[in-house]
Design a protein around this ligand. Structure first.
Ligand code: ATP
Length: 253
């Protein structure tokens, strides 16, 4: 079996004493799309930030292509892509300039960067805005641009935090095809989402995160994904409630 490109190993993290992640373990192998789903505040972004090297987890470890994501060597950084929270685009640069800049930052020589940026403009349906400054783009087009900047170098490992949250149906289809195409070329992709229908179409494996914990895996196929998701979340709450009551000191009447 090929080595995973993204690994979280028993990662726990607290913010001011409140647990955001609790012993989360997951792996993403080349060619695999893994989706992280959960309610608001479940810990999805925190998990992705740990993998992108933006947060040093309190316990456990994050690995990208078998390296610590904090201070990833340059050669590996050129094979890694991520969009977390807001897209990392330069507001004063145009769409084309942003894409060229991303291509150069990922190590492409100038002529290749120009051709790759042009192809990304077309591939993401951004042609009408190619000379528009990123600062004035609509939210959905800024999201398309952010996904373009993170993927135009065909990364081997990719992390996308809710990449379709602001997209119209055409954008959703484009991003879905882009992600599946990268995985077919061998990339390992970790994507977070609230949209069960969307993850069912894109993911090979769905990890359900609740209150910072992995509470189970969902098979992407089938029609009752929503029902299975809520059943898992409710079962996790019930089990946490039982554990809490068992830990309470018994009162003496
Ligand atoms: N920088 C921070 N400081 C304090 N608390 C934080 C910080 N970042 C996240 N949290 C808390 O950690 C928990 C997990 O947040 P996180 O953003 O990872 O959830 P999420 O699953 O991505 O949520 P959403 O679906 O709403 O984006 C939440 O309770 C959140 O309030």
């Amino acid at each position: 079996m090929t080595a995973p490109v993204l690994v979280l190993d028993a990662v726990s993290h607290d913010f001011g004493g409140r647990p955001a992640l609790d012993r989360l373990t997951l792996t993403v192998r080349p060619g695999q799309v893994v989706a992280l789903i959960g309610l608001n505040g479940a810990g999805k972004t925190t998990a992705l930030r740990a993998l992108a090297g933006r947060l040093r987890p309190g316990r456990g470890s994050a690995r990208v292509m078998d390296h610590d994501p904090v201070g990833l060597p340059r050669a590996l950084a050129a094979r890694f892509g991520h969009v977390i929270d807001t897209p990392l685009v330069y507001p004063e640069l145009t769409v084309t300039e942003n894409l060229r800049c991303a291509a150069r930052l990922h190590g492409m020589p100038r002529p290749l960067a120009v051709a790759t940026a042009d192809a990304a403009v077309d591939g993401l349906g951004l042609d009408p805005w190619r000379q528009v400054r990123a600062a004035t783009l609509s939210m959905g087009n800024r999201q398309r641009l952010g996904v373009g900047c993170a993927t135009l170098h065909r990364p081997s490992a990719l992390i996308l935090d809710e990449p379709t949250s602001a997209l119209d149906p055409q954008g959703v289809v484009l991003v879905r095809a882009l992600v599946r195409g990268l995985a077919e070329d061998g990339a390992g992709v970790l994507v977070s989402s609230h949209h069960l229908d969307e993850v069912a179409r894109i993911a090979d494996e769905i990890v359900v995160l609740h209150a910072g914990r992995d509470v189970g895996r969902l098979e992407p196929g089938g029609t009752d994904l929503e029902q299975r998701f809520f059943a898992m979340v409710l079962a996790a709450d019930a089990s946490a409630g039982r554990a809490e009551r068992a830990a309470e000191p018994r009162s003496h009447a």
